[in-house]
Design a protein around this ligand. Sequence first.
Ligand SMILES: Nc1nc2c(ncn2[C@@H]2O[C@H](COP(=O)(O)OP(=O)(O)O)[C@@H](O)[C@H]2O)c(=O)[nH]1
Ligand SMILES: [Mg+2]
Length: 304
Amino acid sequence: MTDPLAGRVLRGDRRAVARAITRVENGDDSTDLLNGIGKSLGRAFILGLTGPPGTGKSTLVDRIIAQYRGRKMKVGVIAVDPTSPITGGALLGDRVRMAQHTLDSGVFIRSMASRGWSGGLSGAVSEAIQILDAAGMEVVMIETVGIGQSDIEIMKIAHAVMVVTMPGLGDDVQVSKAGLMEIGDIYAVNKSDLPGADAMVVNLLSMVRDMKGRSPPVLKVSALKGEGVDRLFDAVEAIRGRFLSPAGEEMRLRSVRGMIVELAKKKLLSEFEGRAFARSVEVARKVADHKMSYEEAAERLVDG
Ligand SMILES: Nc1nc2c(ncn2[C@@H]2O[C@H](COP(=O)(O)OP(=O)(O)O)[C@@H](O)[C@H]2O)c(=O)[nH]1
Ligand SMILES: [Mg+2]
């Protein structure tokens, strides 16, 4: 049976979208909802933004929203932040609130807390993207703090990934360690109004050049002052142009595969937990009686 909420989401009803995302965020049963919208998807261009905390991702998201709104395009944003909601930068918070609360019905911003979501994070984000896609958002941006494995995993769902850095980050350490050098399609050196931006660009270029066959652009920008935003946006649009063209087939399929795998993982995990706990009685007894190692017991549960 189709959830009536699905129809409302498909019509772009904002309250329905909000409620649907809350449902997937809480882990409530959303099977009927997602089946109801699930065959009308794949139109939204998914742009991931990731990088160390405080580099100005949210401020940049705000700038990119403005660019798309200038073209009358509908934009959805999901900010996954372990510490703070999208209001991390007070300035952005104010502007976002204004944007939401005044006339702009073409923007839907939602922050999702990652705390306590072990394993299920990417699945829930995938579902939220589906909802925004179904509601007619032409672009969906996902902001994550690029410090953990799950943040990197979410980026597999994106059609394009922008890695956001800034001068004086301790250079390569934070960026390369977290695996950010492998996943970026565009590198933004934000806060270029501060000293050290050129050095950061040179540094990133050399790291990026080391990798085979790829030469993602490294662009200076100041989200605060609005400098370099046009060029950065052009780089995003170049990728979106490919996404929309027949040549984007591979890119589109890669994202779909990423989504399906994340959703499957989420299902597997939640089903497994219940079953495994029920079945653990016997092996737990053996472990307690020193007849089996924890390792063996865990393997026994996985094997079924
Ligand atoms: N100087 C300077 N500060 C910036 C720039 N962009 C963002 N900021 C500031 O950096 C802080 C963190 O920004 P935020 O967008 O919340 O970073 P996030 O944690 O990566 O999302 C805020 O105080 C912003 O105002 C910039 O281009 N230049
Ligand atoms: Mg932020």
